[in-house]
Every structure is written in structure tokens, then in C-alpha cells.
Design a protein around this ligand. Structure first.
Ligand SMILES: [Zn+2]
Length: 111
């Protein structure tokens, strides 16, 4: 997957997740560990460093899942809420909304 992403994109923005702290939450520890996020990020970043013109940028994860990518309003939701619905009319898959927010934060860093 890391190879495929770096073939398609020159810059990959990701959340700067504190995975060691996240696995202290017993409710999510097993699923986070099983998904291998930390190993994946390490592989992705190592491959990017070895490839000219490729980079991985970690952005502040604060509010990426709560902020409406359409208007910027903070819309509180639970992990079970899979659709981001906002008073501005935006209705979007939660993961797509987060991805847009991560991209926006990353592009702001680049300026
Ligand atoms: Zn909105």
C-alpha cells in the first residue's frame, strides 16, 4: 500500500497521531495495534525519504473528525456517527470529511 500511494502522490498528508498514547485506551488498543498504523507510517515515511520528490507530512489531528469540511464549524459526533451532517447542508462520509480536513491542514502548512 505504501508503494502504491507513493507511486500516485508526491505528498501524502497524515494525522500526527500519538499511537503509543492511543493504545493506552483499552477500548481501541487491539484494533489500533491490529491495523498496524505505526508500522505502516514508518514504512511509508522511510520509502518517501528514499524517493526523490516524495514526502509524508504529519498534521495536527485536532478537530479533523469534528470539523465540517464545508464551513469549518465544529460538529460533535461519536465514533459511531459515520456520516458528517452539518447545518450548512454538508452530508459526507465521515472518513472523506476527515481526509479533506487533513489535506487542508497540510496545504496550509505548505504555504
Ligand atoms: Zn458545515
Amino acid at each position: 500500500m505504501a508503494h502504491d500511494l507513493l507511486d500516485k502522490y508526491d505528498t501524502i498528508y497524515r494525522e500526527d497521531l500519538q499511537i503509543k498514547n492511543m493504545v493506552k485506551n483499552h477500548k481501541f488498543a487491539k484494533s489500533i495495534s491490529d491495523a498496524g498504523w505505526e508500522i505502516f507510517f514508518n514504512i511509508l515515511e522511510a520509502k518517501a525519504k528514499r524517493t526523490l520528490g516524495k514526502r509524508v507530512v504529519a498534521v495536527d489531528p485536532q478537530y479533523t473528525s469534528q470539523e465540517c469540511s464545508g464551513c469549518g464549524l465544529i460538529v460533535k459526533k461519536t465514533l459511531g456517527d459515520r456520516i458528517d451532517k452539518c447545518g450548512c447542508g454538508l452530508a459526507l462520509d465521515r472518513d472523506i470529511n476527515v481526509a479533506i480536513n487533513i489535506l487542508r491542514k497540510g496545504l496550509t502548512l505548505a504555504c
